[in-house]
Design a binder for this molecule. Structure first.
Ligand SMILES: [Zn+2]
Length: 714
């Protein structure tokens, strides 16, 4: 388990970084207005297969927050501020959070609901419920944890201290490998373990699984933190070394300062060979099949046989290496750096990962650095929130199953299904009418859209947790066994037929994703909730909210990375050279458009790093809007509270992106995250003709783009 404060965000493809934390604070929004009773059929005509219009409910709530708007701002200058300016001024980020906004509001609700489910599990007798309850009790029993002190971790520290040579070192490093990254589905590419493992379909042959190795080994968010000359980073480096020494000291290791220096210097050497985030998301460079023999030849240093055996991969012949030069560079360090430095490194990382499950002193030290220093958070989260997060992940689908039964009624699923169909249809029409695309590429794009799988709410089959051992008196052991269980579940996929219905998100996690290798999109139950989605709310706001999220995920199949996968999920170029060039040119304009945004005078958005997300936002809004129009069945939407349907659609979109950040967190996100910060995501509307019409946006206004400058990727 990674220390929660720097845990890779649960949110990846869609959401912003650092949404993974739960917290309790009033969200300054959700003023629900009563709408005038509408004639349902006039607002959202159901498709032929559905129940007759008369059976549709009336729309009971307006769905967005008019009080949070700032009507002094012109929508053409900043739709974000117009939609949420008052909210933005008034809301304060809760002390235990790094960001706060609509995604946080949803995550908060999901966390409360998950807590109820976990607490109720205690009164049930089925094995999963008992494990859920026991895992929670063990985490909550702070007195027992305190009384044990370092004892649960001591065997691990003893094993590290006994390492006497490179072969043993390689085995010890291999034993730490866990399936903890996923560069394409969830977009999680960081791990503090030396390498990250991802078991997924072969990029070149999607009918089989392969293990992928990714660079890892760093505890700071990115290589820049170790290498940049900026004084902000220099200060963090100093504090980081102090933190390492403090953690080693708390683990009663003698000579903590000297050890801390060695750990830091070793990590800095690892950082030097790391790829940048932009290189890591370049799929043309990350498709590198290696056989076991290749490791010894191309990446000498590590005893790879010992490493793979200890990792549970001793029988595996074929691998994929995501960042070859990084793997080679790190392997070299295994041979060239002093054994003692590696032992200190292993000990620090073991302590760091264990900290959330050990004594208060370790939890607080960990928070002081990863929470306060790195993210600017003021206060550690309540224990129950951390417990809910741990159990919700460790017993993930068992908790998810209970969550779905309680919080995802069939009606919500039916309505979400309907919206998806409209938006997929809208994407199909866009492909049909795209002026610059040749018939050959168009046919392949349509084929891909036609085979897109959609997962709504939850997986069809649930995971079996019978092999996971949970003890009521062993918080640390439960965490170790849970990560190992997840690792083994992934190793077990190797050699088996590919399961194209696998879910990469848990139902109670607020996120959504596109899985390019199975050509699927996934929307967990926890994101299909108000204020993103309310089956009884105004459809304009639903399409602007969850509809644009659906559109966003569909478009990921056709963004700069997704468009390189065919309908089977194979990495294959199905574009004519001419069409590919035009697509690239449109992407280049978007790179420039977003690179011009400067959240800080000294820090601009990286338009290249965020290109895939920005394509998904721009085209996602477009097809959600088209889907909304389709849903009206040719009729006009009524005016509610003085807003037309189109205005409510764009306001609904802008409001899901209301979000405030602590400065340190925002800076980290800009440097490392593939997502554009929230306020700038709302600027996607600049490229939509319908937005100009809806708000009468004129030349001279800040967001105005001449029709020719508007990017229409899809
Ligand atoms: Zn996305």
């Amino acid at each position: 388990m990674t220390p929660p404060a720097r845990r890779a965000p649960l949110a990846a493809r869609l959401v912003l970084a650092a949404c993974g934390c739960a917290g309790a604070a009033a969200c300054g929004s959700s003023t629900v207005k009563e709408a005038a009773p509408a004639a349902p059929a006039a607002v959202d005509a159901p498709p032929p297969a559905q129940a007759p219009a008369a059976a549709r409910p009336t729309y009971g709530s307006f769905g967005f927050d008019t009080d949070g708007m700032d009507r002094k701002v012109a929508p053409g200058d900043s739709l974000y501020r117009y939609a949420s300016g008052t909210w933005h001024e008034k809301v304060e980020i809760p002390a235990d959070r790094s960001t706060y906004g609509m995604f946080t509001k949803l995550a908060e609700d999901a966390s409360k609901h998950t807590r109820e489910i976990i607490e109720q599990a205690g009164s049930r007798s089925d094995p999963d419920a008992r494990k859920i309850a026991d895992a929670y009790s063990a985490f909550m029993d702070e007195a027992a944890i305190e009384a044990k002190g370092l004892a649960p971790l001591q065997p691990e520290l003893d094993r590290i201290a006994a390492i006497a040579g490179r072969r043993e070192l390689s085995a010890a490093l291999g034993a730490t490998l866990r399936a903890d990254v996923d560069p394409l589905n969830t977009g999680n590419v960081t791990t503090d373990r030396l390498f990250g493992l991802w078991v997924a379909e072969d990029l070149n042959e999607p009918s089989r699984y392969l293990p992928y190795l990714l660079q890892g080994g760093l505890s700071l968010p990115d290589r820049d933190y170790y290498l940049s000359g900026d004084k902000r980073f220099a200060e963090i480096r100093k504090q980081y070394q102090e933190h390492i020494a403090a953690m080693l000291g708390l683990a009663k290791m003698a000579g903590a300062e000297a050890r801390a220096r060695r750990v830091f210097e070793l990590e800095r050497k690892i950082a030097r060979v790391h790829w940048t985030p932009v290189q890591t998301r370049d799929i043309t460079r990350t498709n590198n099949p290696w056989s076991t023999d290749a490791f010894g030849k191309k990446a000498p240093g590590m005893d790879w046989k010992a490493y793979f055996e200890a990792a549970g991969l001793g029988q595996q012949r074929d691998f994929m290496v995501w960042q070859p030069s990084a793997l080679t560079g790190i392997s070299k360090l295994v041979a060239s750096q002093p054994l003692q430095a590696w032992k200190d490194y292993l000990a620090f990382h073991a302590i760091s990962r264990a900290a959330p499950f050990l004594s208060r002193a370790l939890v607080e030290q960990s928070f002081a650095f990863y929470g306060k220093t790195l993210a600017g958070i003021q206060q550690v989260r309540d224990r129950w929130k951390r417990a809910v997060e741990f159990v919700g992940e460790a017993m993930g689908e068992a908790v998810g199953k209970l969550y779905v039964a309680k919080h995802f009624p069939p009606r919500a699923k039916a309505e979400a299904d309907r919206m998806v169909r409209h938006i997929v249809d809208a994407m199909g029409k866009r492909i049909d009418t795209l002026a610059w695309m040749s018939p050959a590429t168009r046919a392949r794009a349509k084929e891909k859209l036609g085979t897109l799988q959609v997962g709504i709410g939850h997986p069809d089959r649930w995971r079996d947790y019978s092999a996971l051992e949970i003890a009521r008196d062993d918080a640390y052991g439960n965490a170790e066994r849970a990560t190992h269980f997840e690792h083994q579940r992934n190793l077990d996929k190797l050699g088996r037929p590919v399961d194209r219905s696998e879910w990469y998100l848990l139902p109670h996690v607020v996120n959504a994703l596109n899985a390019p290798q199975q050509n699927s999109i996934i929307f967990p139950a926890a994101i299909l909730q108000p204020p993103f989605f309310d089956a009884s709310a105004d459809p304009a706001v639903n399409y602007g909210g969850i509809g644009t999220v659906i559109g966003h995920e569909i478009v990921h199949s056709f963004d700069d990375v997704g468009a390189q996968f065919d309908s089977r999920g194979k990495l294959e170029n199905w574009w004519t050279a001419e069409d590919a060039a035009k697509f690239k040119a449109a992407g280049k304009v978007l790179v420039e458009q977003y690179s011009a945004y400067k959240p800080f005078p000294d820090l601009a958005i990286n338009g290249q790093l965020t290109l895939g997300e920005n394509i998904a936002d721009v085209a996602g809004v477009a097809i959600a809007y088209d889907g909304y129009r389709l849903s009206l069945g040719g009729k006009q939407a009524e005016v509610l509270d003085g807003f037309t349907g189109d205005q409510r659609f764009f306001l609904g979109f802008a409001q899901i992106w209301r979000q405030k950040y602590r400065e340190k967190t925002l800076r980290t996100i800009i440097l490392t995250d593939g997502h554009t910060p929230s306020e700038y995501r709302a600027t996607a509307v600049r490229n939509q003709d319908a937005w100009y019409e809806a708000f009468d946006v004129k030349p001279g206004q800040a967001l105005y783009l001449a029709p020719k400058a508007r990017v229409r990727v899809w």
